[in-house]
Ligand binder design. Structure first.
Ligand code: ITT
Length: 209
């Protein structure tokens, strides 16, 4: 099959691994930022929403590779008891230079007095895909759940070690792979993206006929 390149405009290696699994059945050859340039700097994420930031990442990489298929993603965790923080600051919560255990410990500290029923939180993934004919496809996935009282589990990454999805007693880090990629916010966003890609390709086909 003749596979077109789809550039993953992310520097997050854990996201890349998941996208390889989630996008594996699409007719694309996945390409990484590092293959394009080892010193491509990510744009500043100045958006107020996940969608704005996903579009900022998409536009920035589009400048480097106009006419390519490009996928950008933004997302993170929103904690109800913290008025939806850290939200767009998920990657920068506590301190931009903190390690993940430090960042998660800071979040646990902030949530110390919050009892179980009020520890609800939501993981969101917003994907923006740029097409060679300059269209943008958008997709979103959300998983609701709650925050554990301590870090648990070794699989996944970042907030996976605190986040317990609804319907489960374990954190995503404990549930691990392959399960995470069957229900996660990223899985849901990719499922919506696949529908949009299907519509896009059928419109392309009918324009040719
Ligand atoms: P790129 O911008 O290069 O894609 P990033 O790590 O900066 O990578 P985001 O700006 O989208 O990613 O920030 C989202 C934050 O939420 C980031 O700290 C992630 O580690 C975290 N996050 C994203 N997806 C997650 C997941 O599936 N499980 C746990 N944490 C996640």
């Amino acid at each position: 099959m003749n596979r077109e390149d789809l550039w993953l405009a992310t520097h997050n290696k854990d996201k890349v691994k998941e996208f390889y699994d989630l996008l594996g059945d699409l007719p694309f050859r996945l390409r990484l930022i590092e293959e394009f340039s080892s010193d491509y700097a990510p744009p500043e994420e100045t958006g107020k929403t996940f969608l704005e930031n996903a579009l900022i990442k998409l536009q920035a990489f589009k400048k480097e590779k106009p006419g390519a298929w490009i996928l950008a993603e933004d997302g993170g965790i929103e904690v109800d008891a913290l008025d939806k923080r850290p939200g767009v600051y998920s990657a920068r919560y506590y301190s931009e230079t903190a390690t993940w255990p430090e960042r998660l410990k800071a979040l646990l500290k902030e949530m110390e007095q919050v009892p179980e029923p009020l520890r609800t939180a939501h993981m969101t993934s917003v994907i923006a895909v740029g097409t060679p004919d300059q269209k943008t496809l958008q997709a979103q996935g959300v998983v609701s759940g709650s925050l554990a009282f301590s870090m648990r589990g070794h699989e996944g990454f970042a907030y996976d070690w605190l986040f317990i999805p609804n319907g489960h007693d374990q954190t995503v880090g404990e549930l691990g792979y392959p399960l995470k990629n069957k229900f996660s916010h990223r899985y849901k966003a990719v499922e919506e993206l696949k529908k949009k890609l299907g519509q896009y390709f059928s419109q392309q086909k009918s324009a040719v006929l």
